[in-house]
Write a protein that binds this ligand. Structure first.
Ligand SMILES: [Zn+2]
Length: 89
């Protein structure tokens, strides 16, 4: 099991609503939602990626990675250490 890491920044993000940690926070039961209204944020460095992002992506601390070709998304610190946000219109 992974331990929940406490972020060194405020969970509040202007223009976004914090939903929780891990893929289930979006309401999706089968993995990570690709809906563009969601954003995934690294609990370590605070970098975020749009859920619909369709290229390779790594946050600045390299913990969170999207490997588009392998269809893999996750954090070295476990899914619970990916913060989920929804964009507020
Ligand atoms: Zn990071």
């Amino acid at each position: 099991m992974y331990e929940e890491i406490k972020p060194q920044f405020s969970l509040e993000l202007e223009g976004f609503k914090f939903l929780g940690r891990g893929p289930k926070a979006t309401g999706e039961t089968m993995g990570w939602s690709r809906d563009a209204k969601f954003y995934y944020r690294c609990v370590k460095c605070g970098d975020s990626m749009n859920a619909a992002h369709n290229k390779y992506w790594s946050c600045s601390c390299k913990a969170v990675n999207l490997d588009k070709d392998m269809g893999r998304f996750g954090s070295w610190h476990g899914d619970i250490n990916i913060l989920v946000y929804e964009k507020i219109d």
